[in-house]
Design a protein around this ligand. Sequence first.
Ligand code: AVJ
Length: 321
Amino acid sequence: MKNESQITFQSAFAEDTYKGLSSYPKFLYSKYIYDEKGDKLFQQIMDMPEYYLTSCEFDILEMNAPEIADSFQHPEGVDLIELGAGDGKKTKVLLKELLKKEYDFQYLPVDISQHALDDLQQSLKKELPAVKVKPQQGTYFKTLEKLSEYNSRKKVILVLGSNIGNLSHKEAVNFLKNIQTAMSKEDMLFMGFDQKKDPQVILNAYNDESGITAAFNKNLLERINRELEANFDLDAFRHWETYDPETGTAKSFLVSETAQTVRIKSLELEVKFDKWESIHTEISQKYDDHIVQWLADNAGLVIENDFHDVANCYKNYIFRR
Ligand code: AVJ
């Protein structure tokens, strides 16, 4: 086996996979779940009855659309920038409301995946042809930087779906600080945070009976098989979910059901698993007002308003700098 420092990796995915599977305990990053197959599985997750997040946020936006749209508005017009736009199902509720009120705005969905942006643009053309759409392909930070340099209109930054939940608190503060730096005085951040709730409800959302979440999690191994020429046997790993009600952290694992050795050809790596050894793959952080306030304080942001559903399942907060 080669020494890590002698290897030039073909991609960040290759390097992170090498590092994660050579570590103890083993880990992989959830951001790599989202290739074409992972995107499709996530669409299916959002349609599952157990995955309450999507419908909770949808309800919040539907119920409060007029008030939210009013808070976005500015006489000189607004740039609505969505980080991680996905299929835009929830955003369309707000876009519809902004059109109805004839507010001056353009919509700039930001995504790493050009494929996702093309799909979104197509569906908007059909459903809401009056919306001015300017897709921005790239990472969140690069795009935010670029937009704050070239544009002086009011920016409203949207991060929906509790996407921040995949970050540790330290990473989340960093993420929010980056956004804060790109904001000027009148700009706004509108962000969704899944809330602490009945632990069983949370576990069920990440451990559905139909096995869609298990397939989603295992797509990491499948992707390593496909792109890095590995021979993971997906049936030899079990999807395992935990939720700690004290920290509010849901964690996903893949647990090796047997002692086994996996070969990753393009990394020239053999990965040995003991029986019941784990790979940590994802966190899905749950929040309450104290945690969100703490994150805001640490990032130099102020909470201006918040919206919640009837069951207090989920909250959307408006931040300013
Ligand atoms: C897209 C990060 C919000 O953590 O709830 C869904 C991803 N993982 N089921 C989440 C996910 C397993 C999702 N986020």
